[in-house]
Design a protein around this ligand. Structure first.
Ligand code: CP
Length: 354
């Protein structure tokens, strides 16, 4: 494969990338991880290059892994709070001397740096499903430098890369690996769908036997489901949807239970703009919680995954999150996932921003 084809491209969803390209990213990530582990400097790769980080939402892992990653590659990550610049906005959402049109922001930053990374979902786009992805694509259209998606309302591709890298490290293969992405209860209904949608895309693309488990009301984007079915067919693997929390977990190698919003939370036409009904639906499923008994349903070597932050006591018990001891059988790999954010992002930046 011509790795030159990576240079200058946007990274908005894994759906824009081939399996072969994603495998290359994972290979580069493992190489950079090895170099980092032995203290080998690799700060020539993006020396004196600048990444602009625009965060409409809060973050621990994403912000710090991008900032640390750029430092290690020899460049600089510049944090931008949208409320402290003129908030980038699309036509129709502009406020005089408070916002600035995305087309202008994108072209100005593209004259000064080498990539723009954005996180935007939920409140900043008024819970209109797809509006944050549209904002990101508009940035990408106007900026002639790579646009990196740090999580929109549809996709969280860097989290998904870290997830499949972690699976690869733990099991050495994707073939025959049962990957269960499951809904789990949280008192907060305001949870984007980006993580589960990107996780099942990545797992199915790489060839895992992928299961999506959720209460009937928590269906994900049909376009994502279709893509997973297509990838499963291409890989000779399976993709299934289950509405049974415990049955789905049986024999699983990967258990990834987390909350996401039902459609009622979104504005029409996708949703109903009815948070009270969303809360009522959520509260019917408080028993969808990752406990040691739940983990024991999986394979004896099952791993517990979560993108973090997790809602301890609701989505998952402390005993499950904190059990990183492989001697006990199933174990939590959440800190490995978080660590791998650094390495996959460095790989993508190295390939795209050279
Ligand atoms: N998993 C993840 O994206 O974490 P942050 O929200 O802390 O960035």
């Amino acid at each position: 494969m011509k790795t030159e084809s990576f240079r200058g491209r946007d990274f908005i969803t894994l759906l824009d990338w081939s399996k072969e390209e994603v495998e290359t990213i994972l290979d580069v990530a493992l190489d950079l991880k090895r170099r980092f582990a032995v203290g080998e400097l690799h700060d020539h790769i993006l020396r004196a290059k600048t990444l602009f980080l625009i965060f409409y939402n809060q973050s621990l892992r994403t912000r710090n892994s991008f900032e640390a990653g750029m430092t290690q590659l020899g460049g600089h990550a510049h944090f931008l709070d949208p409320s402290k610049i003129y908030t980038p906005a699309l036509p129709g959402k502009e406020v005089a001397y408070s916002t600035e049109r995305v087309s202008d922001v994108a072209r100005v930053l593209a004259r000064m740096g080498h990539a723009i990374a954005i996180r935007c979902y939920g409140d900043p786009v008024d819970w209109v499903y797809g509006a944050a992805n549209e904002l990101m694509r508009n940035f990408a259209y106007w900026a002639d430098i790579p646009l990196l998606n740090m999580e929109c309302d549809k996709y969280h591709p860097f989290q998904a890369l870290a997830d499949v890298l972690t699976v690869k490290e733990k099991f050495g293969t994707f073939k025959g690996t049962k990957f269960v992405m499951s809904w789990a209860y949280s008192p907060s209904v305001h949870k984007p769908r980006a993580v589960p949608q990107s996780a099942i895309i990545a797992a199915a693309m790489m060839g895992c036997d992928t299961v999506l488990a959720h209460p009937p009301e928590m269906a994900l984007d049909p376009e994502v489901i279709q893509a997973c079915e297509r990838y499963a067919g291409m890989n000779g693997a399976s993709f299934a949807i289950s509405h049974d929390f415990e049955a789905a977990a049986k024999g699983a190698h990967v258990l990834y239970p987390k909350a996401w919003a039902p459609t009622q939370i979104f504005k029409p036409p996708v949703g109903e703009d009815n948070p009270a009904l969303a809360q009522e639906i959520f509260d019917r499923y408080k028993d969808w919680k990752a406990t040691p008994e739940y983990m024991a349903l999986g394979d004896p070597n099952a791993i517990y995954m979560h993108c973090l932050p997790c809602d301890r006591g609701w989505e998952v018990t402390d005993e499950v999150v904190d059990n990183t001891d492989p001697e006990r059988g199933w174990r939590s790999v959440v800190y490995d996932q978080a660590e791998n954010r650094l390495h996959v992002q460095k790989a993508v930046m190295s390939l795209l921003m050279r």
